[in-house]
Write a protein that binds this ligand. Structure first.
Ligand code: C2E
Ligand code: CA
Ligand code: CA
Length: 395
């Protein structure tokens, strides 16, 4: 699309457009990132952060509109300028069916905006909740700068010898006045606002730094076992982070992690929505010696299909059916079948949510390689993990 479009280079801190400006074009970010704010001075509020591949200011393409926010470059960035005539030109050259479809949608959207652009229609409640969300995103980004996020680590244990084989990094937000927030309370908003890209990069760097601090390589005293590893969770939104593979490569190199010592966990659901981007990323990870785990396996709809489409190294069986195997014979059959299938595909298996020794024994009997759960240890800060590993022998 970029052949005859003009570009604009922005220096860090430079404004692309300001709230209240009349707009007649949209922008596609080619490199760098921009923050979108509303208000100014003390009432300034961050809406979202946009990265390469994101479109912004697009409402202007539906007709001359007043900008409702200000967009500022967070680093040296380059944007493609997209005008209404650029869209019209491409529409006229496109497949007739596609053209009619898009023209109809564009004109419906324009009519809808013109007739419904009535601020009084938005409920006070809806507005208050939107404002709260914006404030939360802003304090999340500020929290990242002020080191309010921490990683907790939960041991993953080899079921045949009960040694710690690796750990999973689980994020917490020590938010002032709220205390330690679990990921369920802020990751969804981080994902929908795009803040997860920045947070996710931090998680990878921090997990690798923590493993260096723990002396991950010195811990590998058991010659029979594989290298100890740290597992990090990735959101689907991060698949399209153009700098992700580079940041991962930097982190493992700077902190001295060897092949197989960093594992990336992706869930089946997010994979299903981004299978192409995920596969491309997987190839890059393979080159870096980073392994991949398919997380929460069994909660999605067509699980077995993804085993073939996405060659992961590890399969993590979801807690929901691991915990059911003593009550439900079908769950037991599923776990045992998946365990055999994973072996055939050359994957190792981790059972999540192992809450009793009895369950750990059953799982081992079914051929599951590793267990993770409260029966072994809860997620803990790095200082406690150091003590735990000293007391329980390691990887
Ligand atoms: P997950 O990846 O499935 O992580 C396992 C969750 O199960 C953790 O919850 C862990 O504390 C909990 N858990 C572990 N063992 C047991 C057990 O025996 N019983 C029970 N009932 N629960 C157990 P947590 O830490 O609240 O994390 C929740 C989810 O948040 C994670 O699920 C993961 O999807 C997401 N998450 C955590 N850290 C990150 C991160 O850095 N980035 C992203 N994108 N997502 C993250
Ligand atoms: Ca996980
Ligand atoms: Ca999981």
């Amino acid at each position: 699309m970029s052949d005859d479009l003009s570009r604009r280079q922005l220096k860090t801190g430079e404004t692309l457009y300001s709230q209240g400006d009349a707009g007649d074009c949209g922008y596609l970010i080619e490199s760098g990132s921009l923050a979108r704010y509303s208000g100014s001075g003390t009432s300034k509020q961050l809406h979202a952060i946009h990265y390469a591949g994101d479109f912004l200011g697009e409402m202007a393409l539906l007709g001359q509109r007043i900008r409702t926010a200000t967009a500022v470059a967070r680093e040296d960035s380059q944007v493609l300028i997209v005008r209404r005539q650029d869209i019209d030109k491409r529409l006229s050259e496109s497949d007739p069916l596609l053209r009619e479809f898009l023209i109809t949608i564009l004109s419906d959207m324009r009519n809808m905006l013109i007739s419904n652009w009535d601020v009084t229609k938005s409920s006070a409640e809806g507005l208050a909740s939107a404002v709260r969300q914006l404030q939360d995103v802003e304090s999340m980004m500020r929290g990242l700068e002020k080191s309010e996020f921490v990683l907790y680590y939960q041991p993953i244990v080899r079921l045949d010898n009960m040694k710690v084989a690796g750990v999973e990094a689980l994020i917490r937000w020590n938010r002032p006045e709220y205390g330690f927030l679990p990921p369920a309370e802020f990751i969804p908003l981080a994902e929908s606002s795009g803040a997860i890209v920045e947070i996710g990069r931090w998680v990878i760097e921090q997990a690798c730094a923590d493993m260096e601090r723990l002396g991950i390589n010195r811990m590998n005293e058991d010659a029979e076992s594989k290298s100890p590893f740290v597992s990090v969770n990735l959101s689907g939104r991060q698949f399209s982070d153009p700098e992700l593979a580079e940041k991962v490569g930097e982190a493992i190199q700077v902190h001295g992690l060897g092949p197989g010592q960093l594992k990336i966990e992706v869930t089946e659901t997010e994979l299903a929505q981004n299978i192409q981007a995920a596969n491309e990323l997987l190839l890059q990870f393979k080159l870096l010696g980073v392994t991949v785990a398919l997380d929460d396996f069994g909660v999605g709809q067509s699980s077995l299909e993804y085993l073939h489409q996405f060659p992961a190294d590890t399969l993590k069986l979801d807690r929901s059916f691991v915990s059911a195997i003593h009550q439900d014979h079908t769950a037991l059959t599923i776990v045992s079948t998946v365990s055999r299938l994973a072996k055939e595909l050359g994957m190792d298996t981790v059972a999540e949510g192992v809450e009793s020794q009895e369950l750990a024994d059953t799982l081992q009997g079914l051929g599951i390689d590793y267990g993770q759960g409260y029966c072994f240890a809860r997620p803990m800060p790095i200082e406690d993990l150091e003590v735990f590993l000293e007391e329980h022998g390691t990887i």
